[in-house]
Design a protein. Structure first.
Lengths: 410, 133
């Protein structure tokens, strides 16, 4: 972007790829005027791992585990959205019980993810006691995940046409006990985050994203809901069993009565979503019907069925960070013809620019962290030539395309 | 509320630490020697936190039951399983395994299962402990 013609000159500050706010690499270029940020620019592409390419020689069952490894925190959402897209392409019916079990796992993941984020946010503003308080609760959520799925992070619970492990009746008391603990902990965390002077000082009126900007830049998930936009895939399209459950959009005016779209509002939305997730799990446990948990218990038969699928499918799901979108095209082979992942952070990167403009340098960590960015999810294209990474402009891409056509003609 | 954290602080003072000191209460000066002593029965290991019921640890393989159908190779997401054509049995590289237990689900002869063992760190990827056959 061009500099403004002022008498004072601005200067550039590069932040990243190793960034204080993030545990993952992203590169910022800030144009600074004194302490104020005049302009911000984001560069991505440091952790591209060619996940989609790796899918070309795998069958859908194998890709589930590949999808699980796109992101460590969203290790249910990515296979979930992939399974949804394959089920969409192949018209696979899912048993009712599996739909509810999927909701339980998705919401448990939301609790883990939001608590993790709340802890990191507290750490970013230098409030480390709250970090430990939050992660103490998160530890309990991880223990529950381990109890239900077998492992703490990579759950390996999703399969095409259902889930792999049931929640049996003897597991229910432990689940309910933990849900009670989360409810109590929620009250404690709400007090620690929302009534605290330090958090208010650092989070209120910082990193404002207006409703217009949120709509214009297509922000998703808690980031957009904190700006007052009512957008939530769970309510809008009601995948899984969400259609049977009682839930509504969470916006910050439930507590404060007004929407500012600042970091404080994002904290409110995420904390309230933890409470909502606990309530949703409780509802599921109450109304969950008995029955099968997979549409096709014989895996070899399912593989055969998947091999025959021809067509395209779309899977949309509300991940903890926002809408995750998977597109898959099957052409009657074992491996899919193509698979495309659009992670929520991709849509939440552009809102960083209006959020960061006009803020101080010291606010960069908390504002950047407030969208809960996940770089490994987002990095989908990276171009490396002669050991130097470079970007392709539209013209260059067009030129390359013409060259390829000519090459093929010869 | 200026001192709202005080009740928590006092409670924490008298609580037992949550951390389980595994494998020893104090870091041994020489880890290899410590492990050798444990092997000879001279020193004792502090037991780890118990793993949950459905935990997926190192894979176990019952060679006698295996019928060599190669279905596990078909579903393994990380190509950790190799087929031995002359014996018609399989060989599993645990260093590549991602512990999804998908092979256990598909096995028609039920010859694969997941154990509780999780201490799999090794300097050599192809060491004897990390190959199941």
């Amino acid at each position: 972007m061009k500099q403004k013609s002022t008498t004072k000159t601005t200067y550039q500050i590069p932040v990243g790829p190793i960034h204080p706010a993030l545990k993952e690499p992203v590169h910022f270029e800030f144009e600074i005027d004194g302490e104020r940020i005049v302009n911000a620019n984001v560069k991505l592409g440091h952790v591209h791992r060619a996940v989609e390419w790796a899918s070309r020689k795998r069958n859908p069952i194998q890709i589930l585990y590949l999808a699980e490894r796109i992101c460590g925190i969203c290790s249910f959402c990515h296979p979930g959205a992939f399974a949804l897209s394959v089920e969409d392409a192949g018209d696979i019916e899912i048993p009712d019980r599996a739909e509810y079990l999927r909701v339980i796992h998705a919401e448990l993941e939301r609790i883990c993810s939001h608590l993790l984020w709340a802890g990191v946010a507290a750490h970013e503003i230098g409030f480390d006691t709250v970090l430990y308080l939050t992660w103490q609760v998160r530890e309990k959520a991880l223990d529950l995940t381990e109890y239900l799925t077998g492992n703490r992070v990579t759950k390996a619970i999703m399969t095409i046409g259902g889930v792999r492990r049931d929640i049996t009746d003897d597991m229910l008391p432990r689940v309910r006990e933990d849900l009670e603990y989360f409810k109590k902990a929620f009250l404690k965390l709400k007090k620690a985050f929302l009534d605290d002077k330090t958090v208010k000082m650092r989070a209120q009126n910082v990193g404002i994203l207006t409703k217009e900007d949120a709509i214009k830049l297509c922000a998703v998930g808690p980031t957009t809901r904190a700006s007052g936009v009512k957008k939530d895939v769970r309510v809008d399209t009601s995948y899984f069993a969400y259609g049977d459950l009682d839930l509504d959009y969470i916006t910050p005016d439930i507590i404060t009565g007004s929407v500012n779209g600042d970091v404080y509002d994002r904290i409110i939305v995420r904390l309230l979503e933890v409470k909502q997730a606990v309530e949703l799990i409780e509802q599921c446990l109450d109304i969950m019907p008995k029955g099968d948990i997979v549409s096709e218990p014989k895996l070899a038969k399912l593989l055969n069925q998947l091999k025959k699928i021809e067509g395209e499918g779309i899977g949309r799901m509300e991940a903890p960070r926002g809408e995750v979108y998977h597109y898959v095209k099957m052409d009657g082979n074992e491996a899919p013809f193509t698979w495309k992942v659009r992670a929520p952070t991709y849509s939440n990167i552009l809102p960083w620019i209006p959020m960061l403009k006009g803020e101080q340098i010291a606010d960069i960590p908390i504002v950047a962290a407030s969208t809960d960015p996940c770089m490994s999810c987002t990095n989908r294209v990276g171009i490396v030539k002669d050991k130097d990474s470079y970007e392709l402009t539209k013209e260059e891409l067009h030129k390359l395309s013409i060259e390829k056509t000519r090459r093929l003609k010869l | 509320m200026k001192f709202s954290m005080l009740p928590s602080v006092f409670a924490q003072l008298f609580k037992k630490p949550w951390t389980n000191k595994f494998p020893a209460k104090y870091a041994p000066a020489n880890t290899t020697k410590f492990l050798k002593d444990v092997g000879e029965g001279k020193a004792k290991i502090n037991p780890p936190v118990e793993v949950p019921k459905n935990f997926r640890g190192k894979i176990q393989y019952d060679k006698e039951k295996c019928i060599g159908c190669k279905l596990c190779i078909k579903v393994c997401p990380c190509e950790a399983i190799e087929f031995k054509p002359d014996e018609k049995k399989i060989k599993i590289y645990v260093s590549r395994c991602c512990f999804c237990s998908q092979c256990n689900d598909i096995c028609p002869a039920n010859c694969l299962s997941m154990s509780d063992e999780f201490l799999l760190a090794d300097a050599d990827l192809n060491s004897k402990d990390l190959i199941v056959e």
